[in-house]
Design a protein around this ligand. Sequence first.
Ligand code: BYC
Length: 336
Amino acid sequence: MATATPQHRAAEARADGTAELGDAAFQAVFDAAVAADERIEPRDWMPDAYRATLVRQIAQHAHSEIIGMQPEANWITRAPSLRRKAILMAKVQDEAGHGLYLYSAAETLGTGRDELLDKLHSGRQKYSSIFNYPTLTWADVGAIGWLVDGAAITNQVPLCRCSYGPYARAMVRVCKEESFHQRQGYELLLALSRGTEAQHAMAQDAVDRWWWPSLMMFGPPDDESAHSAQSMEWKIKRHSNDELRRRFVDICVPQAESLGLTLPDPELRWNEERGQHDFGPIDWSEFKAVLKGNGPCNEQRITQRRRAHDEGAWVREAAAAHAAKHSPATREGRAV
Ligand code: BYC
């Protein structure tokens, strides 16, 4: 038997008179559903602020996926072998697919893709800080896979239990694909690390450059995180930024050892008492500068994105014309 959604229960509440309380009754139904770990679905009543927070986070996430294609795509034509090229092309295509699932999830909240892309292109919505760094060598492709996709998985596995159904379900598939991405990055770095002295040095240099920005991906420290408390109450987020960042460090330390590479933090050590690693201070002024648009590649990324959007206009027009031509109304000979 299908479980009654909050909306169903709200309709029942209306029928038995409790809905005279207006929004308060719907709010109570919503709160009860969140407390019981039930999913909120698109047609369910939800507070405006919950909807706005989801649109903000899902949009930022979607934008990160499509902007994130750029740094890696930079190496497709220069991949060192056919095998590596095929893997990299598949990975970059996966990121485009993740963007599509996420824009679709945002659409279920009543926000169209055009509107979100417009906000990205005009700088009114963000994408992840991490994609404002350059990919200087082939080893950066490995470091992105190992560290950036690794950080993404650590952040996104709990999002599979997000209270909003379409976002949670999109995350299940995204996480499976990200796991594959993380492994390809690890395997690439391992090959370089075990290669010539120059290859090993290239791998180490990439890890040195990507380590700290990867830790920043988790967002500001908890005491400066504007949205965490409310998002955790709504069960959009299940863990705080610092909690996930620490979890990621603990995962990476033994992996770095197996890779034969060093993490660039002299203060990194096991804390027996806490059962976790301690690590050195993060340069939050760098993070803030990147968010303000002053990272090494902010301008390049957004210019390239706008250009791709403009150059793709004919594809969108052709797809719309094709859809109109094959719509049931047209097939039945009616005007559209
Ligand atoms: N970069 O209150 P807070 C990927 C902003 S894609 C930029 O803690 P929240 C991949 C935040 O938006 C990776 N901005 O926020 C793709 C807020 O500003 P606004 C993307 C950041 O939302 C291709 C302000 O700082 N993953 O994995 O509670 C290839 C205060 O922050 C960042 C996701 O998007 C940042 N790093 O928590 C490979 C995951 N951090 O909006 C890999 C989903 C924070 O008030 N998102 N800000 O102007 C989340 O889990 C959460 O949104 C965050 C931030 C943990 C990122």
